[in-house]
Design a protein around this ligand. Sequence first.
Ligand code: SAM
Length: 284
Amino acid sequence: MANQCGKLYVVATPIGNLGDISFRAIETLKQVDLIAAEDTRHVGLLLSHYGISNKKVSLHQHNEDKASLMLLEKLREGLSIALVSDAGTPLLSDPGMPLVKLVKDAGLDVVPIPGACALIAALSAAGLPVSQFTFEGFAPRTSSARKAFFSERVLSPVTWVIYESSHRILACLEDMAAVLPLDREIVIARELTKLHETIVKTNLADALALVAREENMRKGEFVVIVDGAVLEKTEQEVSPEQLRVLGILLKGCPLKTAVALAVEITGGRKKLLYQAALAMQETQ
Ligand code: SAM
């Protein structure tokens, strides 16, 4: 059955520098019957750069479910399809997840064609620990939600990464500074692979001062990487998931109740969760 069906290729495209596309990605884009793109005009510029003129259909966050069903039918008819986003790797803070899930669940082949991804590019040049990290996508848009989001991550023992836009980068760092210790190491990776690429590694206080002072540091696209917390041994025994649950509970319950519920939900040790809750409250 799957043999007669077409394949879905998930193709990474450049995040700035048009040279950052693999030979295999170009070959795939040339050979498929259909290119499903987040923005067909935007990807058209990239495709014409490589002399590719295949048929395009749009698949974006507002039509994803319907478009994915239509694309599954095309695959079943035997057509091959490439999924691309505006930049970088599809699905990573980009559309595509419903389509990939649908195709996998239908038992058809999904083939990754790897390449640029802002998160990985930033991590590779950051100089912060990367053997374990969490990718958190875009931080919330409002200040109160951002502060809550950062408080839930303040004790994360591993490096964490967010995407941010030019119009929120300053407010994002201000909120981070209101919640995290000011000496926490962070990396701001801006305009990766482009003319004004800037990768600054410093502490949170200096990063905030730099972005507030220099207008250029508020322009372009950003990846922000935050070093993990150096925790006491007891705190290390509390898992990131337990901390996440505790952080949520602390927003709505008194400390003791939050700890009791966290113990019940996560099965964590009461004493450790109590200490972690105290530490969380001190940083707020
Ligand atoms: N799928 C993409 C990827 O693989 O990185 C990410 C798409 S997401 C909609 C766009 C965000 O990724 C931007 O707001 C920015 O945070 C980050 N980003 C994309 N390109 C970037 C670049 N060249 N330099 C820094 N950050 C970038």
